[in-house]
Write a protein that binds this ligand. Structure first.
Ligand code: SF4
Ligand code: SF4
Length: 298
């Protein structure tokens, strides 16, 4: 089914900006899109920045395609589609969207960076973005926001959240769905292809079922398009520390904003004050040895 939002490159290139943080699969989304566009016969230019990706830093990729594309970077206010794999990263790039027609596709999942907790007193809020989905709808022409990470977890692999967003994005570009699936198969890990296919279909179906039934392509899109605001606070279990993997570096202890971690007599990290833990996941992200894990609560 062709989506009401479908667009095709005309005289000027189509600009898609993909943003997120390290480990979310921004580059995979970008490669799938660039490969697909190339296979459709378009000239494609792609640029990306992922310097601090392994430490949860910002990652972004510009993809431009059309009959002729001269520059790999999207000018301010010229993105047709902004795909955000992390909520605050999406907000940081909103000014790149075309004001009248830009489409914002976002995961409402929040990954709070350590610097947002800098100078934080116990019990105080973090410096993370406070805008709600409703606030963002007021700023952009088109918005699709969904908790992709949580849905991907329900499908069996949290990392497939990026493919769910690809499914949502696929409704905005007029390429056959099977061509999208083929491109995803080229970049998804072999053992995760089934889940990625399911995630792609979930994202695509979600947008298509949320298009206004009486949409008239000649009249533009009535806004706001319905938004599924799944609760931001995904429920996690308390952090579990793998003592065999802990290298006693003390990083988690130093960065825990609630001071609920400490080193025991063997200098191994322990959660000494579970009642203080806010499940922020900062310790999990910063542990260089992957010794800390917060599992989703089923
Ligand atoms: S950050 Fe990881 S390796 Fe370092 S003390 Fe904490 S659990 Fe151990
Ligand atoms: S998840 Fe809990 S233990 Fe880990 S950094 Fe956040 S508050 Fe501290």
């Amino acid at each position: 089914m062709q989506s009401a939002l479908a667009m095709q490159p005309a005289e000027s290139p189509v600009n898609v900006l993909i943003v997120g943080v390290g480990g979310q699969g921004v580059i995979m989304v970008s490669k799938v899109l660039a490969t697909l566009c190339q296979r459709q016969g378009y000239q494609v230019k792609q640029s990306e920045v992922h310097g601090m990706a392994k430490r949860g830093g910002s990652v972004f990729s510009h993809v431009r395609f059309g009959e002729t594309v001269y520059s790999p970077t999207i000018p301010l206010g010229e993105a047709d589609v902004l795909v955000a794999l992390e909520w605050a990263e999406g907000l940081r790039w909103l000014s790149y969207l075309k004001p009248e027609s830009g489409i914002f596709i976002a995961d409402t999942q929040q990954i709070v960076p350590p610097f947002a907790c800098r100078d934080r007193k116990h019990g105080a809020g973090s410096g993370y973005a406070r805008e709600s989905v409703a606030d963002v709808i007021a700023q952009v022409a088109n918005c699709y926001a969904i908790n992709a990470g949580q849905i991907a977890h329900e499908l069996g692999n949290t990392k497939a959240g990026n493919t769910l967003l690809l499914g949502m994005m696929s409704t905005t570009l007029d390429f056959p769905a099977d061509d999208w699936r083929e491109a995803i198969r080229m970049f998804a890990p072999p053992k995760a292809i089934d889940i990625n296919m399911q995630a792609f279909d979930r994202g695509r179906d979600w947008v298509e079922t949320h298009n206004p039934a009486d949409f008239d392509p000649g009249q533009g899109i009535e806004m706001p398009i319905p938004v599924e605001e799944v609760a931001h606070e995904v429920e996690f279990e308390l952090p579990v520390i793998n003592r065999a993997w802990c290298k006693r570096c003390d990083i988690c202890v130093k960065f825990c904003p609630e001071r609920c971690l400490s080193l025991d007599e063997q200098q191994i990290a322990v959660l000494h004050a579970p009642e203080m833990c806010t499940l922020c996941r900062i310790c999990e992200r910063l542990c260089p040895d992957f010794a800390i894990e917060l599992k989703y609560r089923n």
